[in-house]
Ligand binder design. Structure first.
Ligand code: SF4
Length: 386
């Protein structure tokens, strides 16, 4: 299959709000499916229980919100409205349970609303540690995961042994390794691995079995090198802030078309949240906990009190030879927008150019963003600053 065809198939999955691939997986395996909201959940535990973890990233640009708005005040982000809308339209009926990981009050409230609206479904608010001491945050997180594991054993009827969990950890390690290779390939040849391709490939992983997804990524990488794609005199940039509600695909394409090669981003971040392999040990829950505490990504979506704010972004810019940073966050996203001043201060100390805009997942007008990022890229090209 050509790279183009692979991406067309991924785009079909991206546009499919009926989650047909999830239904097909269930028919084939007889297993159950667990939906999870952004940003990170330990998918290994769901997989080890013989269930399909399904990433739910709102309704995107193709869903008209009719009832979802009635459940929320005006001044919050868009993803909870479209997620409720999907639920009320019975689009998520193919999932037996839902995980709402701790990220902000909006997701916390959504988990409560879900319990009221869909009482027949399993719903769990998954608290993630905000203390990175193994004896405190690690102990707490381990307890959370034990509860989750116990619940999923009951729901699936499958016992999760350490062997099964280690097998799942191995499969997700492999998946993250291949995603890392894809990102490295884009850093080296951003004209070849288009960001819109990379984004659709990651989104496909939300609704596929992990082994199938790994093969899909490997297939794309093997095929895309055969393409003859033109190089442009684009500016290398990092996009930051899109870790939860996702920008519309057309917006991502617009950024690329405005003269920017995106060499790092934080969309679909849960797929890359752990930055090293989780070790295979006799105590896999401890290994997952340690990985979260010690080897997870630096992002505004994770509480960190001790680290120097913005250092990771400055380091990324230097390491990837990027010309600047585009802050691209959902409107009213507290985790992204409250940390922004600290991130911009860190960039300014290093004289790294940056620009920013806000979007909603259903934003329809892109010309303004394209002009802004195009001007940003041009000014870096001409004067080395924005
Ligand atoms: S987009 Fe931001 S504010 Fe909205 S649910 Fe996600 S993290 Fe919370």
């Amino acid at each position: 299959m050509t790279a183009k065809k692979i991406i067309e198939d991924c785009e079909d999955l991206y546009n499919d709000l009926d989650f047909t691939s999830v239904k097909t997986w269930k028919e084939k395996t007889g297993g159950k499916a667990i939906g999870y909201l952004p940003v990170y959940v330990p998918r290994e535990i769901i997989h080890a229980a013989g269930m399909l973890p399904v990433g739910i990233m709102g309704g995107g640009p193709n869903l008209e919100i009719i009832k979802g708005d009635a459940y929320f005040q005006s001044y919050i982000c868009h993803i909870p409205r479209s997620t409720i809308e999907l639920g009320l339209l019975n689009k998520l009926d193919c999932m037996e349970g839902f995980l709402f990981p701790a990220i902000c009050d909006v997701i916390r409230n959504l988990s409560g609303m879900w319990q009221i609206l869909f009482p027949e479904k399993y719903v769990r608010y998954l608290d993630l540690p905000q203390n990175f001491d193994k004896e405190i945050g690690g102990e707490f997180y381990r307890h959370e995961m034990e509860q989750l594991l116990h619940d999923l054993e009951e729901l699936s009827g499958n016992k999760v042994t350490p062997e099964k969990l280690n097998r799942s950890i191995g499969l997700y390690n492999k998946n993250r390794q291949v995603i890392d290779k894809l990102y490295a390939m884009r850093v080296a040849q951003p004209h070849l691995v288009l960001t819109s391709d990379l984004y659709l490939l990651l989104r496909a992983g939300n609704v596929m079995d992990v082994e199938d997804h790994t093969r899909l990524l490997e297939g794309y990488m093997a095929e895309v090198v055969k393409e003859d794609r033109k190089k442009f005199d684009n500016i290398r940039v990092i996009v930051s802030g899109a870790f939860c509600e996702q920008p519309p695909l057309a917006l991502i394409k617009g950024l690329e078309a405005s003269g920017c090669y995106i060499v790092e981003d934080d969309w679909v971040l849960g797929a890359r949240f752990l930055q090293k392999d989780v070790p295979i040990t006799a105590d896999p829950l401890e290994a997952l906990s340690d990985a979260y505490l010690n080897d997870s990504v630096s992002t505004s979506s994770k509480y960190e009190d001790e680290k120097e704010k913005g250092k990771y972004l400055v380091d990324q810019v230097k390491m990837l030879n990027a010309g600047g940073v585009i802050f691209c966050a959902p409107s009213f996203c507290d985790p992204a927008l409250l940390e922004r001043p600290m991130l911009t201060a860190a960039l300014e100390r290093e004289k790294i150019p940056h620009t920013s805009f806000k979007y909603a997942e259903n934003t329809g007008q892109f010309s303004m963003f394209r002009e802004q990022t195009g001007t940003f890229a041009d000014s870096i090209k001409l004067w080395g600053e924005a």
